[in-house]
Design a protein around this ligand. Structure first.
Ligand code: HEM
Length: 160
């Protein structure tokens, strides 16, 4: 799978995750003290779970495509920060269930979590990552002056 494929998957799952969490918060708040589950609760929880998983898997797909060192030892600070933020965002559902009366503070907290994670993803704070050993380097292309194209010099790259 290409880098672009993982990135589309990654950013699409970010949108679905935050939309499902906001949806759960507003649905729970609107349902107030009434019995049973709020409307759309089950599909929202399912979307939340699937998008969290796809976000995680696509994040590691991106790590691989960026050639960032194999294994936790090679991960830069910003990836650890993102995994930590992913865990906090994943646990946000517990806050929705317990603190749904605090609608505005919870909604602003959700937005702040998103903004901090996007900032982390774009600015990548911390030291640069260890790069995995790149695959065997292909021989560098030899710059062949137009007038030498087709002559022996072109093959050997030496002056005619
Ligand atoms: C397990 C958790 C996660 C991992 C391992 C992860 C990993 C990555 C990686 C490796 C990239 C590519 C960076 C690049 O191309 O330079 C990326 C991009 C991105 N991630 Fe995540 N991510 C995770 C969770 C999240 C979450 C929760 C958000 C939510 C806001 C998020 C938002 C983004 C954004 C916006 C980008 C694009 C950054 C850019 O193009 O510069 N990620 N992520």
């Amino acid at each position: 799978m290409s880098y672009a494929f993982y990135k589309v998957l990654h950013l699409s799952s970010v949108i679905i995750l935050f939309a499902s969490l906001a949806g759960m918060l507003f649905a729970r708040h609107a349902h107030a003290e009434r019995e049973g589950k709020p409307p759309l609760w089950v599909p929202l929880v399912a979307l939340h779970g699937v998008s969290l998983l796809v976000l995680f898997v696509s994040g590691f797909g991106l790590i691989a495509r960026l050639g960032i060192g194999h294994g936790a030892g090679g991960w830069p600070t910003w990836i650890w920060m993102k995994i930590g933020l992913w865990l906090v965002i994943g646990a946000f559902m517990v806050l929705v269930k317990r603190l749904w009366k605090q609608l505005l503070p919870l909604f602003l907290t959700l937005l702040a979590l998103g903004i901090v994670t996007v900032w982390t993803a774009v600015t990548k704070p911390g030291p640069a990552p260890a790069r995995a050993a790149p695959a065997a380097e292909a021989p560098a292309a030899v710059d062949v002056p137009a007038e030498d194209a087709g002559s022996d010099a072109a093959v050997e790259g030496t002056e005619p």
